[in-house]
Design a protein around this ligand. Structure first.
Ligand code: ADP
Ligand code: MG
Length: 616
């Protein structure tokens, strides 16, 4: 038999390698930014068009490359960063595999211009699918500019797999954040389709974080600092009250590389225990420095998982360091959240600042004194007749109506009243009485037995269908705000807000300007309580971002889901009689009453037979 093994030609090998290194435009951004940093740049520009599909360009003012180096840099395993395997144990640079440029050049049109300080003129190279198509001498500033156009031009399957420009831009932005957050001493500019979306001047870590995530972030940060033999930890955590419902602002860096570590994440969450609710995520920006030989150096270009030698120790140190910071900066536990949801802080109360508890000392107090002397009996301490937890909320009623949210939320819609009783198999002759069980379920009777409705899920279903309708037919009722509300958003949040603005307007939101960090809200849908507008919009943006990334649902559907999730009555909320009835009616007026928008059961019927059995 003839020999059948062949060596793959280089350009084919490069294309295969590219599949590993370059998954999407954001991967190219990461590699190019890292190279610019390794080149000792002090100012870096990132220019992107159409989510990186049309163009990704990185311009730096680093050391540049000689003509030979420029040509070599596109060869596989061409790197200036290591020369022996031993170097791997003491890496100071981000790159070392010499794979990135070769891979990128295999699947895109690449144009590079570069000049070193010692030369008067620079070199320009154009490469298409691994082939150098031209080389010229050019006038160029010291440093390097690499533009990558038409990514995946020769792999249509890959190109078709890319998501919308907005989604790709978000991945790029995430990558940009990860790099910019570890190099506050480098100036960054980021342009998308011609407009500057980030301008990050040099500064300290804290300022860098604020420049990226908005000025409101700065006051939320609590510094973290610890130095042990194993690790040096620095950075910031966000105060617990600013914990978010999304995983957005959580960053670990090990030796100046962004890493993902569910294990260390857990350590942080454990330190926050008791300070934030279960489904909330604390924000953090934590920089770890460890001996390079103590982490797994075989860092894959696209992977961000690392392996530490002594993870358990790291876990313990991290957790106690953060606890310490939380304690030191007076963010000590006040409430235990693992309790009866009935005790949850009412919605409007959260917006108010905490007041210091007053401690009154009775200077005449003597534990040995007889009760007849005017003190309490039984050893001195007598619990003041406690109003229990309700006392916590004293004074609240005067300002806000806690139940307002609920009753407004489940407004009964006149014409559909009684639908289930007329044509449904659930029918009973007339409106049955309802009651609320543990502020969680609404119970009523139907012909076949007992109807138990999950209040939160049912309301989600009702709102979901309502919003979906409104978004498509634009008929949301808006409540105009007497005093427009000014809210601040980060640039990234603004991008999302603009994206969903039309849908939001359709359901009743009204915005005055969306150009600045500060947005004026002039109107909101009827179901949104004025006190909660900021929170609702924050969550909306966070959830929308996540939801949109996950599936390929329509924008209307994602938004309706997100809105319903955030605006539905919660478990633990009191519903008055009217709201309970409205909930029942509106639920059965839905097209799909049985499931919540998240495919969970909204109600169940316990049959008379089942009840009978209990008594047999
Ligand atoms: P690696 O970064 O792993 O060395 P790359 O393929 O990313 O591999 O880059 C190959 C080489 O090209 C680098 O080692 C470096 O010498 C050179 N290089 C790439 N980008 C730049 C740049 N922006 N400025 C100067 N040199 C660069
Ligand atoms: Mg590199």
């Amino acid at each position: 038999m003839a020999d059948i093994i062949k060596l793959l030609p280089d350009h084919v090998a490069n294309q295969i390698a590219a599949g590993e290194v370059v998954q999407r435009p954001a991967s190219v951004v990461k590699e190019l930014l890292e190279n610019a940093i390794d080149a000792g740049s002090t100012s870096i520009k990132l220019i992107v068009k159409d989510g990186g599909k049309a163009l990704i360009q990185v311009v730096d003012d680093g050391i540049g490359m000689s003509e030979t180096d420029a040509r070599l840099s596109f060869e596989r395993h061409a790197t200036s960063k290591i020369s022996s395997a031993q170097d791997l144990f003491n890496l100071q640079t981000k790159g070392f595999r010499g794979e990135a440029l070769a891979s990128i050049a295999a699947i895109a049109h690449v144009d590079i211009q570069t000049r070193t300080e010692s030369k008067e003129v620079g070199t320009q190279l154009k490469i298409e699918g691994s082939k150098i198509v031209s080389q010229d001498v050019v006038a160029a500033p010291v440093g390097t500019s690499i533009s990558v156009k038409n990514l995946f031009f020769n792999i249509p399957a890959r190109r078709n797999f890319l998501k919308s420009n907005q989604v790709e831009l978000r991945h790029i932005t995430d990558e940009f954040h990860r790099v910019a957050l570890v190099h506050p001493n480098i100036e960054f500019h980021f342009y998308n389709n011609g407009s500057e979306i980030f301008n990050l001047p040099k500064g300290k870590h804290r300022q860098r974080i604020a420049h990226i995530f908005g000025s409101k972030m700065e006051s939320r940060l609590v510094p973290v600092n610890e130095e042990t033999e194993v690790v040096r930890i620095s950075g910031f955590i966000c105060k617990p009250e600013f914990a978010k419902k999304s995983r957005g602002e959580q960053f670990f860096f090990a030796n100046n590389r962004f890493i993902k570590s569910p294990y260390l994440h857990h350590a942080v969450v454990a330190a926050f225990e008791g300070l934030i609710k279960q489904d909330m995520y604390p924000g953090y920006f934590l920089y770890l420095e460890v001996d390079p030989s103590s982490i797994d150096i075989n860092i894959h270009p696209t992977k961000t998982e690392v392996k530490f030698d002594d993870e358990n120790t790291l876990y313990a140190i991290l957790r106690s360091t953060i606890k310490h910071s939380l304690g030191q900066f007076n963010v000590a536990p006040v409430l235990d959240f693992d309790h009866d949801p009935n005790l949850d802080t009412p919605y409007a109360y959260k917006e108010k600042g905490a007041t210091l508890p007053k401690v009154t000392v009775d200077p005449t107090f003597n534990p040995f004194q007889d009760s007849s002397m005017g003190r309490s009996s039984g050893g001195g301490f007598q619990k003041k007749s406690s109003k229990g937890w309700e006392g916590l909320y004293e004074g609240l009623e005067k300002d806000v109506d806690i139940e307002e949210f609920s009753s407004v939320a489940i407004e009964s819609e006149g014409e559909i009243q009684g639908t289930i009783y007329e044509e449904d198999h659930l029918a009973e002759e007339h409106l049955a009485a309802t009651f609320q069980l543990r502020r969680k379920y609404v119970v009523s009777t139907v012909k076949s037995g007992m109807l138990v409705i999950h209040q939160k899920r049912a309301h989600e279903r009702i709102l979901f269908e309502k919003f979906l309708g409104e978004i498509t037919v634009k008929e949301g009722v808006s409540q105009q705000l007497l005093f427009p509300l000014e809210l601040t958003f980060t640039k990234q949040e603004l991008v999302i807000l603009k994206e969903i603005k039309d849908s939001l307007t359709n359901i009743g939101f009204a915005f005055e300007s969306l150009e600045e960090e500060t947005v004026k809200v002039t109107g909101v849908p009827m179901v949104v309580p004025e006190s909660g507008i900021g929170t609702v919009l924050d969550r909306l943006i966070a959830d929308y971002k996540e939801g949109f990334m996950e599936g390929s649902l329509s924008q209307a559907e994602v938004l309706a889901k997100v809105l319903s999730k955030n605006l539905a009555v919660r478990t633990g909320e009191f519903l008055d009689q009217e709201s309970q009835q409205a909930l029942v009616n509106n639920l059965f007026a839905c097209k799909e009453p049985t499931l919540s928008p998240f495919q969970k059961l909204t109600y169940t019927i316990i049959s008379e037979g089942d009840i009978d059995k209990k008594f047999s």
